[in-house]
Design a protein around this ligand. Structure first.
Ligand SMILES: Nc1ncnc2c1ncn2[C@@H]1O[C@H](COP(=O)(O)OP(=O)(O)OP(=O)(O)O)[C@@H](O)[C@H]1O
Ligand SMILES: [Mg+2]
Length: 261
């Protein structure tokens, strides 16, 4: 059975970095195949995974919708089949993982029928993978639009500030209010430099969220970022990779509470 892990959080907290490190960790553990879903319209997960994007679900949805309006669907061909043929072109096939980029949201037309077809397709192909890792768009808008597919674990990434923890808590609450299919959500503090301060501990405890772990600031991430190098293949010796690996192992083992004090 496939397990879906979604990465959410406000802008710039380290979501894409953590998504890539999570995929790298699963691959190092021999867990494959993996489907990476880039659900951020400003896609860049592919860069951190070291693969090129050909197109996105969003642009395919647009061109498919135009085809229907122009009456260009070949006679006798079910629309679902035609859409799936086109979406399969969007799937980037890597060695042990595939990548699907969602691209931009909808234009002004009505996409309900196409979105239902898309969901059917995504639900079906997800089952072919051991893990699905979803790098979500920043903030909470996408949660309200219900574009998130059902997930088992949602990692909510926060910067190391009480305000960041507050935002993470709001994201968790919104997901609950929207009754999104999320089995469990876990707080992750990212890019931590220095001590886990008392202020931060107090913020975590008053947010009532379980802290799954802390990812330290890692100069190797900055170096690769500046050099445009992917994170795939990064050794678990590096502190950020090690931390994400530990968090993921804990979360996947359902040991979501860690003693960090
Ligand atoms: N642990 C870390 N150590 C050092 N730098 C980091 C770390 N995590 C993230 N960064 C850097 O922080 C910046 C933002 O990270 P990233 O792009 O992963 O955030 P994001 O939440 O996906 O952003 P966005 O909301 O724009 O999609 C990048 O330059 C990245 O290299
Ligand atoms: Mg990102």
């Amino acid at each position: 059975m496939s397990r879906a892990i979604a990465i959410s959080g406000k802008g710039g907290t380290g979501k894409t970095t953590i998504a890539a490190l999570a995929i790298n960790h699963l691959l190092l553990r021999g867990e494959k195949p993996i489907l990476a879903v880039d659900a951020d319209p400003n896609s860049n997960l592919n860069v951190l995974l070291g693969v090129e994007l050909s197109s996105t679900i969003g642009s395919t949805r647009e061109s498919f919708s135009e085809m229907i309006h122009r009456g260009e669907v070949p006679a006798g061909m079910p629309k679902q089949d035609l859409l799936e043929m086109q979406i399969e072109q969007v799937l980037v096939e890597g060695k042990d993982f595939d990548l699907l980029a969602m691209g931009r949201g909808e234009g002004p037309g009505c996409y309900c029928a196409i979105n239902n077809m898309l969901r059917t397709f995504l639900d079906r192909i997800s089952r072919d993978y051991k893990y699905v890792v979803i790098d979500n768009e920043a903030g909470m808008e996408h949660l309200s639009r219900r574009t998130t597919i059902g997930v088992d674990e949602m990692l909510i990434i926060s910067d190391p500030s009480p305000r960041g923890i507050d935002t993470a808590q709001r994201i968790k609450k919104l997901a609950e209010e929207m009754k999104l299919e999320v089995r469990a959500s876990h707080l992750v503090i990212s890019r931590m430099e220095g001590e886990f301060s008392d202020d931060l501990k107090a913020a975590v405890s008053s947010a009532g969220m379980e802290l799954a772990g802390i990812v330290p600031y890692d100069p190797e991430i900055s170096r690769r970022d500046a050099a445009g190098e992917p994170l795939l293949g990064m050794s678990p010796e590096f502190p950020a990779q090690k931390a994400v690996g530990r968090i993921l192992d804990d979360v996947l083992c359902e040991v979501s509470k860690k003693n960090v004090s």
